[in-house]
Ligand binder design. Structure first.
Ligand code: GRF
Length: 202
């Protein structure tokens, strides 16, 4: 399967995908990386020889124009799946129309708890003892799409946001790499609110 990965940050999730895809046996290849700002993720992609498209929202007159530009550039790479790996902007209606049902996001909390840009900080502030990683399909809401996989991560009493986030990201990297491989080989079956990766393609 061909992937376009969207990222905005340090790109450790992207790096995990790049490393996984370097193995011939991995069933997905990264065709391009899209970023909305200069970021370490773009540097990693370029260093790995992967095409990088830069679509900063500030270059467009409004959100709708940015949404169309992002959708058009991503479409040029004919992705089977789009993977949001720490992409910090909400995708717009044009993008969702074009790629809906095959956009995968990873969120550093156990959804539906603590959606949004500060899932780690919010879980810590709430005082939960267990949080985790959620890989889900993207819909028009904020981290509301059907869940594909989740894994719990303990909160330690002396955690701060960076220590907890790093413990979660260790799990996120593995879960994202595994879910992308499973979806690439077996697809997704949607059942109303729920989405399931079947054990075998029938
Ligand atoms: C991850 O925790 C992701 O879930 C969140 O941002 C982080 C990205 O990490 N939205 P990195 O930039 O891939 O290291």
């Amino acid at each position: 399967a061909g992937l376009v990965v969207l990222a905005s940050g340090t790109g450790s999730l992207l790096r995990a995908l790049i490393e996984a895809a370097a193995d011939d046996a991995y069933p997905a290849r990264i065709r391009a990386v899209g970023v909305d700002r200069e970021c370490a993720a773009a540097e990693h992609a370029a260093a790995a020889g992967i095409p990088v498209v830069r679509i900063p929202a500030g270059d467009y007159p409004d959100r709708a124009a940015w949404d169309r530009a992002l959708a058009d550039s991503v479409a040029g790479y004919l992705p089977d799946l789009v993977v949001c790996a720490g992409f910090m902007k909400l995708l717009g209606p044009t993008f969702l129309d074009r790629f809906g049902g095959r956009i995968i996001n990873t969120h550093p909390a156990l959804l539906p708890s603590f959606p949004g840009a500060h899932g780690v900080r919010d879980a810590l502030a709430y005082g939960v003892r267990v949080t985790g990683s959620t890989v889900h399909l993207v819909d028009s809401g904020v981290d509301t799409g059907p869940i594909l996989a989740q894994e719990a991560v303990p909160v330690h009493p002396d955690d701060d946001e960076p220590t907890l986030h790093e413990r979660i990201k260790i799990v996120e990297r593995r879960l994202l790499v595994d879910v992308v491989a499973a979806v690439a080989t077996r697809g997704i079956v949607s059942d109303g609110r729920k989405a399931v990766i079947p054990d075998e393609r029938v």
